[in-house]
Structures are given as C-alpha cells and as structure tokens.
Design a protein around this ligand. Structure first.
Ligand SMILES: [Zn+2]
Length: 135
C-alpha cells in the first residue's frame, strides 16, 4: 500500500475549504440594508463583543476576519475588517472591506446610529460613562 502524501498546497486548500464550509454552514442568508443579502453568523460570539467568534487551531477568531481571510485574502498588519452593511454578524465577503482605525471612525461617523448615540450621550450625562465603557 502506498502512503498518501499530500502536498503542502493541497493541505492548505483542504484546510481552507473546510473552514469555508464551517463558516457557510453556520450562517443564515438574511435580508440586510444592502442590495445583496447578508450572511448572518448563528453560532457563538466572540466573548464580550457583538461579533461572531470561532475557536480554531487553539485561537479565538473573529469570524468576519476569518471570512475575509478565507474568501478574499490576507489582512495586512494593523488593518481592520469593516462591514459595508453595518451588520456585525455578517460574514459575506462582498460586505467586508479593509480599513484602518481612521476609516473605522469615519465609517462610524457616516452611520445614522452614531449621531443618535452622540445625541443620547449629550442628553444624558449620567449614562454616558456606560456607553464609553463599551468601547
Ligand atoms: Zn452584510
């Protein structure tokens, strides 16, 4: 009997295919704010956040970052994976894009909820520290 020898590339391909499968199997296609539907993560959350999380290879991963890596490409150091659709649990590759911290804040500024949140913050000073603690 011959040994089954897999080439490194083949191993990586198999691995990425099985991760893609895990990602897809745990999402539900849901109508979102964009023209194309969102793929909304149904499994566990990344602890302490509203984002999807997955424990894989002894590491905790944000699923939207994992989805970006699997379907789009590597994430350069210090870059964030942001949502075009503003759905934190969405992992549809077309709804994800790379940005830095400045983009993230600019992006936030363009969201209607940001202004509502700011207004809320100004109105109720006693509650404001609670909001800030989340960030
Ligand atoms: Zn989406």
């Amino acid at each position: 009997m011959e040994d089954c020898v897999l080439h490194q590339d083949e191993v990586e391909l198999l691995l990425s295919d099985s991760i893609k499968l895990i990602l897809i199997e745990n999402t539900v296609i849901t109508e979102g704010p964009l023209d194309t539907d969102c793929w909304v993560w149904q499994a566990t959350k990344y602890s302490g956040t509203d984002y999807g999380g997955l424990y894989l290879f002894k590491h905790r991963w944000y699923v939207h970052r994992l989805a970006y890596m699997m379907f789009v490409g590597p994430i350069p150091d210090g870059m964030w994976v942001l949502h075009k659709c503003d759905v934190k649990l969405c992992i549809r590759p077309e709804h994800l894009y790379l940005g830095d911290m400045r983009d993230n804040i600019a992006d936030m500024y363009n969201r209607p909820w940001f202004h509502l949140w700011m207004r809320d913050l100004m109105k109720k000073p006693t509650k404001s520290h609670k909001h800030w603690r989340r960030f």
